[in-house]
Ligand binder design. Structure first.
Ligand SMILES: [Zn+2]
Ligand SMILES: [Zn+2]
Length: 197
């Protein structure tokens, strides 16, 4: 896959990684300090890209990735990259809101999240990525964005269910050790606002 050269409004189809320095390439095969990396810019999405030179030379998939800003956007529309993470906050604290990934204004990924600042707890209630956009690490980016947004919180998820895709997703995440999957902890505020007895 090649980054850049696309007209505005199109999608390069590249996977994403959290923006910043990376020790290894996306395929986890090469130390970038040794393989070398090529930094470029994806004009279709308004994001920087990085390529692993060894993966490029081997014509490997996922040699190039988009550097996605995981900070949850608050700036007004119009001055944004084509791929952004933003919050749809709930109407009341401790209720369920969404962290969403928008591609040119279209929501392609949703993470349902309840947060309590009093108890420093976060609860993930669902994760959905549009099937046309799978295998681009969009779900991983949404989970990381939520966790990074509230450092120090203790996190849990509701029942992740039996879907092989969803189980594979969660098992591949680098999660905090104290994060409880399929073992939701509702604080008193979440219970009250979500009507859980
Ligand atoms: Zn590589
Ligand atoms: Zn609470």
């Amino acid at each position: 896959m090649k980054a850049g050269g696309h007209s505005p409004g199109t999608d390069s189809g590249l996977p994403v990684r959290p923006a910043g320095a990376h020790a290894r390439c996306l395929n986890r095969k090469h130390h970038l300090a040794v393989s070398g990396q090529t930094v470029s810019y994806d004009h279709s999405l308004g994001l920087h890209t990085t390529s692993c030179n060894s993966c490029l030379e081997a014509h490997a998939d996922r040699a190039t990735w988009l550097e996605l800003d995981l900070r949850i956007a608050h700036q007004p529309p119009g001055d944004r990259a084509g791929l952004i993470i933003r919050a749809r906050p709930p109407s009341r604290p401790a209720a369920i809101g969404d962290v969403v990934l928008d591609l040119h204004g279209q929501t392609v990924g949703i993470l349902g999240v309840a947060l309590c600042g009093v108890d420093q707890r976060g609860l993930i209630t669902r994760i959905e990525v549009n099937p046309s956009y799978r295998l681009r690490r969009f779900g991983t980016a949404l989970v990381l964005a939520a966790l990074n947004h509230r450092p120090g919180y203790r996190w849990a998820t509701t029942d992740i269910g039996r879907s092989a895709t969803v189980r594979a997703f969660w098992s591949a995440q680098h999660l905090p050790e104290n994060m409880q999957l399929s073992d939701p902890v509702y604080c008193s505020h979440m219970k009250q606002v979500q009507g859980i007895a």
